[in-house]
Design a protein around this ligand. Structure first.
Ligand SMILES: [Zn+2]
Length: 410
């Protein structure tokens, strides 16, 4: 089926915008995108008219596990069917907000991906990690749950985390996620905020364990996404060869240089930091203590990354669902505004949210995120230019159309 969309402004995702542009797609693939004047003839195909056309957005740090509370201790006990049912609505919310691809770094993404792919569920294309690999007592552990209970749940793929200690267990944990269908491997290379007893600055996983994980993933052409706040974890993860640094709170000039040298990508997730700072009464006290100390530092790190030219991709770290909390998935593009606040131009921030997405998946990355011949026909329309007015981001009302694989889904 031929899809033809004419736009007052066509933003390709990478490269300069085109006024009076046209995109032509045959099924799931773009066959032309550029000036209307040089577009190929499309015969009697219907032509859609939009104000602004651009690639569908990528949320490169997402979680789909249907927790209605800002607390991972309660998430452990949610029946998987409830998680899945809530995630179905969250995926629809993503589409409403213009997100057509999701890199799911801990949750039920690997199980939901085929359901979206077969057409049973409306939603973005999902590239899941399966469970988050964590040291015992690390960020991917839930410290208030008895260890044997937690390990039992993990064994059956029921929770976010998979504890692994020592290189051989780390390799096995990677293989388990591959068995579940992981397209990327997610690890905790430092402590975190939503976990109780660990310290965000401490490195988690030894250099040997990190090396084992990266090489095992690489054998299967997967890259590793490393949750890191503290600098020791950032540096160790980069030296081991991870592809992306998630959060990167204590990234400084030295770490930024190493990121560039290693061609790594920062997924800063400013969205969740801003969000948590407004939730003192909803998050556990230990999490509030950690986030309130780190929030300014995190903003600073993102500014350093932007100023030094580190590659950045958009990610939100949204992880709460349900009728009250799940609306956040619709607002994922608000991260683009945060990237602009950190010093990116509106066009650079759009590139981080589109063209950079596939790069966070290494060899698993699809031809997508750019309006160009041969790329995926996942595109969105806006009612005004996001270059002149960045306030469009975060507002699903401004997204007037979404097409996935050449088919209109909004
Ligand atoms: Zn996360």
């Amino acid at each position: 089926m031929t899809l033809v969309i004419r736009a007052d402004l066509l933003i390709p995702g990478r490269g300069e915008p085109v006024e009076n542009g046209v995109m032509v797609a045959e099924g799931a693939t773009i066959t032309y995108a550029g000036p209307a004047a040089s577009a190929p003839s499309t015969g009697d195909a219907d032509i859609e008219e939009v104000a602004v056309l651009m690639p569908g957005l990528w949320d490169c740090h997402a979680h789909l596990f249907g927790s209605t509370q800002w607390n991972l201790e309660t998430a452990v006990w949610i029946p998987p069917a409830q998680s899945g049912a809530r995630a179905a609505t969250d995926l629809q919310s993503y589409i409403e907000g213009g997100v057509t691809s999701v890199r799911e770094v801990g949750g039920y993404g690997v199980e939901l991906a085929p359901v979206v792919a077969e057409g049973s569920l409306a939603g973005p294309t999902i590239y899941g990690a399966g469970a988050v690999l964590s040291t015992t007592g690390g960020h991917g552990d839930v410290h208030s749950v008895p260890q044997d209970v937690y390990e039992g749940l993990a064994e059956h793929g029921r929770i976010l985390g998979r504890l692994a200690d020592g290189p051989s267990e780390c390799m096995k944990a990677v293989r388990e996620q591959l068995r579940r269908g992981a397209r990327v491997i997610k690890i905790c290379a430092s402590g975190g905020v939503m976990s109780e007893v660990d310290h965000p600055i401490h490195q988690q996983f030894s250099d040997e364990e990190l090396a084992a994980i990266v090489s095992e993933a690489a054998r299967a052409e997967r890259v590793v996404a490393a949750h890191c706040h503290g600098k020791p974890g950032i540096m160790a993860a980069l030296r081991a060869g991870v592809k992306t640094i998630e959060h990167g709170t204590y990234l400084d000039e030295e770490a930024a240089e190493l990121m560039k040298e290693k061609d790594a990508v920062l997924v800063a997730t400013r969205f969740i930091v801003e969000e948590l700072m407004g939730l003192e009464s909803k998050i556990p006290p230990y999490a509030w203590k950690k986030i309130s100390r780190m929030a300014d530092q995190h903003a600073q790190a993102l500014k350093i990354a932007v100023a030094t030219g580190v590659k950045v991709a958009m990610g939100t770290d949204i992880f709460t669902s349900g009728p009250v909390e799940g609306y956040r998935y619709r607002q994922a593009s608000r991260e683009i505004r945060h990237l602009c606040e950190a010093g990116m131009s509106p066009l650079e921030a759009i590139e981080a949210a589109t063209a950079m997405g596939p790069e966070t998946l290494g060899p698993q990355g699809p031809q997508a995120g750019i309006l160009e011949d041969g790329f995926a026909s996942d595109v969105i329309a806006l009612d005004r230019s996001p270059i002149d007015d960045v306030s469009v981001w975060g507002d699903p009302e401004r997204v007037t159309g979404v097409w996935k694989g050449g088919r209109r889904v909004k």
